[in-house]
Write a protein that binds this ligand. Structure first.
Ligand code: PGA
Length: 253
């Protein structure tokens, strides 16, 4: 079986309950059925998940993601959300290690490895984000940087557990900046990530891994990015908040 194509929308800290309900309604009415082997994933804030789950219930090809979770199963962690709570809301995926979590909440690769375990233990899948800051790209150190993120965050997993992981490559200099990676930069990094996974596990595991590109992906550039052989879809921020744009990106997969 060929690997899955995925278009995922990361709403970040946007949309109240009513705005979010409308956005999902609009997305559902402008997008056609994603088709076999294509998944559309929507990652709204925690407060939207229960309602979104009921809206997506009967739509095949649509899945729900959370943007984060805590690494512990339960306990005295005021304000936090455990993976099991997300599972009970019909959440299928959890985004782990978004650069904003790494940067503003000091999430280390070691912590992200624990969060990954927490998600997988509940039978959900992980969208694991990696990507370098601009100064690392300028020094041409991006491959080593991303390899370390993957090695420390994911390579403790068994080969079986790793089947439930998707990697999103999001160069930090491209997130929310309007400066997209070129198709060549995206393809080079995605091929590199696949080779790192092949080196640690094996070629078949690497071949099955969906690797998404994220960072100023929009209706104008999605088709060219998704046409790269190692780009299996996108993790979309800003453009996922506009139903029409998100639907055009879904159509480009
Ligand atoms: P952007 O965000 O599409 O707004 O650049 C992508 C992301 O952070 O997931």
């Amino acid at each position: 079986m060929s690997r899955k194509k995925i278009v995922a929308g990361n709403w970040k800290m946007n949309q109240n309950l009513f705005e979010g309900k409308q956005l999902i309604q609009d997305i559902l009415s402008c997008s056609t059925e994603p088709g076999a082997n294509v998944q559309v994933i929507i990652a709204p804030p925690f407060t939207q998940l229960a309602l979104a789950a009921s809206q997506l219930k009967d739509r095949s090809g649509f899945f729900l993601a959370a943007q984060n979770c805590h690494q512990e199963k339960s306990g005295a962690y005021t304000g936090e959300i455990a993976a099991g709570m997300l599972k009970s809301l019909d959440v299928s995926y959890v985004i782990i290690g978004h650069s904003e979590r790494r940067q503003y909440f000091n999430e280390s690769n070691q912590l992200l490895a624990q969060k990954t375990d927490a998600v997988l233990a509940e039978g959900m899948q992980v969208i694991f984000c990696v990507g370098e800051p601009l100064e690392i790209r300028d020094q041409e150190q991006q491959n080593d940087y991303v390899k370390t993120q993957i090695t420390e965050g994911l390579f403790h997993l068994s080969k079986d557990a790793f089947q439930h992981v998707i990697i999103a490559y999001e160069p930090i200099w491209a997130i929310g900046t309007g400066r997209t990676a070129t198709t060549e930069q995206a393809q080079d990094m995605h091929a590199f990530i696949r080779s790192v996974v092949a080196g640690h596990y094996d070629a078949a595991t690497a071949d099955q891994l969906s690797i998404l590109y994220g960072g100023s992906c929009n209706p104008a550039n999605a088709e060219a990015l998704f046409a790269c052989p190692d780009v299996d879809g996108g993790l979309i921020g800003g453009a996922s908040l506009k139903a029409k744009d998100f639907c055009s990106i879904i159509a480009a997969r």
